[in-house]
Design a protein around this ligand. Sequence first.
Ligand code: MG
Length: 310
Amino acid sequence: MTFGVIEGTGFETVEPEFGGLLTGHGRVERLWTGARWSEGPAWFAAGRYLVWSDIPNNRMLRWDETDGSVSIFRDPANNSNGNTVDPQGRLVTCEHLTRRVTRTEHDGTVTVLADAHEGRRLNSPNDVVVRADGSVWFSDPSYGIMTDYEGVRQEQEIDACHVYRIDPDGTVTIAADDYVKPNGLAFSPDQRTLYVADTGASHDPDGPRHIRRHAVAEDGTLSGGEVIAECTAGLFDGFRLDTAGRIWSSAADGVHCLSPDGTLLGKIHIPEIVANVCFGGPKMNRLFICGTTSLYSAYLTVNGVPPYRR
Ligand code: MG
């Protein structure tokens, strides 16, 4: 752990509200470095550790809050990407190499939740969240099968990139079919709103680089889908929300904090491209930040929405 001010880090207030979200003397800590492309942080409250993916190195890592050590959680890891914790405290993982979403049970065995839709293999599940009703929502862009770098170059069987919902009975349904490259996603604290990032600009300069907002009906049907924020630095990849509904999103220059309506409130500057974040710590007031080679964190005065407690 580094206690000095890390070059390239800092806080930028855009709207006055942002200042109240910071601790005043707080700074960004670099907890560990040595990954190639960090993604998918997930906080395990009972174990006091964070699991995340190092996609090109085909491994998952674990940072232990009790002593700050980092060890291998899973290797090989099927080029895992996004991770989350379900309401029962189980790890749910998107895997590029095997083109599937899995759940790691309490006894350590791995259950496949989805690997196909209507007989066709998924592209490469990217990010995932679980709703209180047990439904699992994930994005399925094609990044993991476009090259061998973060998966394996393979044929795309589904001719588009969708957002999917897995119902508790295992049924896999297309939740949204009008995305170019759906990516990060997260629910509002009351779970009646789903935010989804589209990173279509990664391979088309004119493509989307925004976050959209959907209303979620009781049966899981989505409506709306309006764009609420355009990314002003690279792309919005993964993000998580605090208990007031603010969006803490990855971007090329760090973390962008957005109001629920998409207004940029401020930034946490990180000297590497950020791919994803999650809240953690016993009080859920610590933001963990996956920034390319490194794992960073910053304490805030706000608390994240815990995935395992409703
Ligand atoms: Mg992603």
